[in-house]
Design a protein around this ligand. Sequence first.
Ligand code: HEC
Length: 124
Amino acid sequence: MFTSFTRTAALMAVPVCLIMACSPQGSKTNNEAPKVVPVQKPQSASGEELFRQFCSSCHPDGGNVSDPARNLRGATLRANNITTPEDIVRVVRKPRSRMIRFDEASLPDRDARAIADYILRSFK
Ligand code: HEC
């Protein structure tokens, strides 16, 4: 009973839709190209988010809580021969001394690289 009612309703709706789409008014107001809404892919975390997650506990605002002289500011990094994202990734993979080591499993290259770009861009 319910199904046959919905089927009837659906069948009745079809000609109404056709009439509306074909009416001259309908085509006049519809001559804009249909807008394509791009499907958003889930974004991977940004360098900033990753930095906050993995590094900022010891390096808040690019500082260094346990070894202030080894902070992440541009001048300090340059003085320590750290000038490119690759240099930072190298430190992350093989810290000089007390810093915790991040391997590929805990921090993939892609993410380490995003963090490195963020550091070089942000802490002057
Ligand atoms: C547990 C604390 C800790 C965490 C977490 C940490 N670091 Fe460090 N970091 C240090 C310490 C201590 C040093 C100085 C000693 C050393 O190099 O091992 C340092 C040094 C560095 C240096 C060298 C700075 C210089 O001026 O020579 C870079 C670059 C760096 N860290 C990047 C990172 C990045 C990127 C992360 C996050 C992925 C991170 N660190 C997470 C403690 C930490």
